[in-house]
Design a protein around this ligand. Sequence first.
Ligand SMILES: *[C@@H]1O[C@H](CO)[C@@H](O)[C@H](O)[C@H]1NC(C)=O
Ligand SMILES: *[C@@H]1O[C@H](CO)[C@@H](O)[C@H](O)[C@H]1NC(C)=O
Ligand SMILES: *[C@@H]1O[C@H](CO)[C@@H](O)[C@H](O)[C@H]1NC(C)=O
Ligand SMILES: *[C@@H]1O[C@H](CO)[C@@H](O)[C@H](O)[C@H]1NC(C)=O
Length: 496
Amino acid sequence: MRRISAFVTVTLAVFCAEKVCQQALACAPSFINSDFRSRNHGYMEKYFTQTLDHFNFNSMGNGTFKQRYLITDKYWKKSYGPIFFYTGNEGDIWEFALNSGFITELAAQQQALVIFAEHRYYGRSLPFGNDSFSIPQISLLTVEQALADYSVMITELKQQLIATDCPVIVFGGSYGGMLSVYMRLKYPSIVAGALAASAPILSTAGLGDSSQFFRDVTADFESINPKCRSAVMAAFHQLKELAVLQDYSRIQSVFALCQTPSSAQDVRQLNGLLRNAFTLMAMLDYPYSTQFMGSMPANPVKVACKTMLNGFNLLANLRMTAGIVYNATGQLKCFDQYSLYVECADPTGCGLGFNSMAWDYQACTEINLCYESNNVTDMFPPMPFTERDRELYCSKRWAVIPRPDWLKIQFWGDELSTASNIIFSNGDLDPWANGGVRKSLTSSLVAINIHGGAHHLDLRGSNEADPASVINARRTEADLISHWVEKERAALTVLL
Ligand SMILES: *[C@@H]1O[C@H](CO)[C@@H](O)[C@H](O)[C@H]1NC(C)=O
Ligand SMILES: *[C@@H]1O[C@H](CO)[C@@H](O)[C@H](O)[C@H]1NC(C)=O
Ligand SMILES: *[C@@H]1O[C@H](CO)[C@@H](O)[C@H](O)[C@H]1NC(C)=O
Ligand SMILES: *[C@@H]1O[C@H](CO)[C@@H](O)[C@H](O)[C@H]1NC(C)=O
């Protein structure tokens, strides 16, 4: 789903050099100087002592781990304004904070306290340090544990900050948006409402169609120019012909691969790497250049189609198109197909490094991502990924058998109409959109469509290049949220 790549880690180091973070931990808020605040976009980085296992009193006893969170009270009307809480997803929490400027813009309007909480097993919130990804240490990585973490954290921080009467609104993008929905479903006494941006809550619960994702990726490129789709299909066809002839040295030279492929598996890996470049460009098709999950030019899908249609050497064009994603620096000497892309239980990619292992485990247990490409409803080579394939992979990799029905049982599936105060926003360029809720279910379960919007564009800060649709979406979101906050405040006052 959302992959946090190695590129990003480097960028983050600039914002959060080890020394600065240590210093922040040691200091009381009043000692944090303005230099630190501005370098960190106003956030203080802190750690919360979190229960290791919320659901078993024997397994870990009273064991705890350090969970990271970012906090800013810059806009907060103390002990009165609401709390905007970002339910962190599969990556370093700084990455989400730095790419969700809407939340601080809204906090400024509504005098809110802002907290970004890091998901357990990601970023620096590793319960068992570098051993977190061994078996059985990995087993405390579940959606339920993450939700319990956030609920315990909200409850305790409200006490500490003298904010017990402040309504809490949760925010999240992608898997983080799913967590926001689940927080409102499971902990409605703690959370007054949720903004779930680009949250594929239906498809990940097995309520989708396995060809939907890559069909929608394809549609983005086709809508720029139908010839773009044909060119991509023709290029993959040429690659297939070379593979059938086992002309591996030519494949290596046209794709500038670091190693010569030597098997069908190597070609499959190359196809996966190439398909992943299109996936990322479709998801991150923002109207301005971004540094999120790597660096992207403005309108990457348009850039890709221009590259694909530039002259008749389709294989070279395909390599250069992949280069938009993997060679953004222009420094790449050759494509190392096994290190730039890792095949895992999420066919839309898991990213690299520790975060990718954690996400792979989640895709092997609760979160169903059995998407396939088929070269009929999409432009990619047929790459099946059935529930059976998933089971085989997951039992081998993590010694687990996925439970495809569990998420649906646990979090209501599509029977959501008795819930309340949730916004489901989606952009129609986003291949994740059709895995989510696209139609309003009641007056307080509101679906917002963002025409021309990519993956949770609405969570990003305002930009001159924003289409009117996202400006309107943010306005509707702001109104609904302020309404929920007022209602919750009124309810609390009645209780007093
Ligand atoms: C955990 O429990 C043990 C006793 O069983 C106690 O010695 C220890 O101090 C406790 N640790 C914490 C962090 O409370
Ligand atoms: C944990 O792994 C990271 C990344 O591989 C490495 O930078 C770090 O030094 C390791 N930490 C320890 C304590 O081994
Ligand atoms: C990466 O981009 C640079 C600059 O455009 C180019 O010279 C180089 O060949 C590219 N690397 C690969 C492996 O395609
Ligand atoms: C896609 O399907 C066409 C036939 O419709 C076939 O010619 C082509 O080789 C297929 N491409 C791949 C990559 O399998």
